[in-house]
Design a binder for this molecule. Structure first.
Ligand code: NDP
Length: 331
């Protein structure tokens, strides 16, 4: 078995020498335990965000889709597919009692003809992040204007499509015109803004003449300050992540001076969330997203890198915006 462990804390963009590939021999499984083999690993921004809290020597965190290959558990027979919070490792031993309790995980429900990989994206953690983070926190209503940043990523591309299902006008913000074409031509977004080009504020005002009612924020930073300046009275902001800051030293980050003024004047509501809070309702999100996918109301793309050894490169590529939709590794 193999695993990647954290060897040095990241400074800026992660370097390959910050992590180490380690071989390990796993013990025999005991009663109630099962052994899984990784099929797909996720490479997510949260791995970078949580890394300062990760102890050196710990396996790199991530969810994976894994197949049970040995079992002493009736609940998890050989051949069962699970999603588990196992990290960047090829093999893992789980105990049926702690799985889904102490270790985050769930059995993969049947997806019909959809590929297994969607269990980490549209029908996994990122899909539920979009579903609960938009619907519960922003509570978008028909004809409202929704802005989503990180719009061509796994969460963002899904958020915009749910907002369209709810009858909203959707403006996506991402880092390349190719991504913009995908959003507007294929996913049904109404407008696209490339945040790497100038005049973002002017474009927002042009595309949202009635101002912005909901902002789903994946990135934070100056871009989000600009969106905040366009918010409507009683607007709602769902703070999902802050990827502009993940590779920065906290001391170097600009202060968010615009937030309080706009929040008071426009009577805004801004709420952060961690999707695992919604674990008691987890299957609600997966079932609804599955229904929308089967009805053709949701589309998706995945950026799949082949080979466990290439996991780190897939991670850095994702941080640099090389992914469309969910970034994954096929082990
Ligand atoms: P994505 O698939 O969106 O991949 C990350 C994307 O971020 C890249 O493709 C890149 O696209 C964009 N990006 C990178 N650097 C910057 C930057 N400086 N400014 C703006 N955009 C940048 O990842 P996910 O969908 O998995 O995650 C999206 C967000 O959701 C993250 O902030 C993540 O932490 C958060 N998240 C939060 C959860 C929660 O429970 N709150 C759960 C899961 C995710 P581009 O080409 O557009 O730059």
């Amino acid at each position: 078995a193999k695993k990647f462990v954290l060897d040095k804390h990241f400074n800026g963009l992660p370097k390959r020498t910050d992590i180490k590939l380690v071989e390990e021999t796993l013990p025999q499984i005991q009663n109630g335990e099962f052994l899984t083999e990784a099929v797909y690993l996720s490479v997510d921004p949260y791995i970078r965000a949580y890394q300062p809290l990760t102890k050196l020597g710990r396996v790199m965190m991530c969810l994976q889709i894994a197949k049970v290959i040995e079992s002493n558990s009736e609940k998890f027979p050989i051949g069962t597919y699970v999603v588990g919070d196992y990290g960047w490792r090829t093999h893992t031993i789980s105990c049926e009692k702690s799985f889904g309790e102490k270790v985050m995980g769930w059995k993969l429900p049947p997806f019909g003809t959809l590929p297994l990989s969607v269990g980490l994206g549209m029908l996994g953690l990122t899909g539920n992040t979009a579903y609960f983070g938009l619907l519960d926190i922003c509570q978008p209503k028909a004809n409202e204007t929704v802005v989503v940043s990180g719009a061509a990523g796994a969460v963002g591309s899904h958020v915009g499509q749910i907002a369209k299902i709810k009858g909203c006008k959707v403006i996506g913000i991402a880092g390349s015109d190719d991504k913009g074409k995908w959003l507007t031509n294929e996913l049904g977004f109404d407008h696209f803004i490339n945040y790497k080009e100038p005049n973002i504020l002017e474009k927002l005002k042009q595309f949202a003449p009635n101002k912005v009612d909901c902002y789903f924020d994946n990135v934070g930073g100056e871009l989000s300050s600009n969106v905040m300046r366009c918010m409507n009275k009683f607007g709602r902001i769902s703070v999902c992540g802050a990827i502009t800051a993940y590779n920065s030293n906290p001391a170097d980050l600009p202060k968010a001076t615009l937030v309080q003024g706009m929040m008071a004047i426009q009577q805004l509501k801004m709420e952060g969330f961690i999707v695992t809070t919604f674990f008691p309702r987890w299957m609600e999100g997966i079932e609804q997203n599955l229904k929308w996918l089967q009805e053709g109301k949701l589309k998706y793309r995945e950026t799949i890198t082949d080979g466990f050894e290439n996991t780190f490169q897939a991670f850095v590529d994702m941080l640099q915006g090389k992914n469309f939709g969910k970034a994954l590794v096929k082990v």
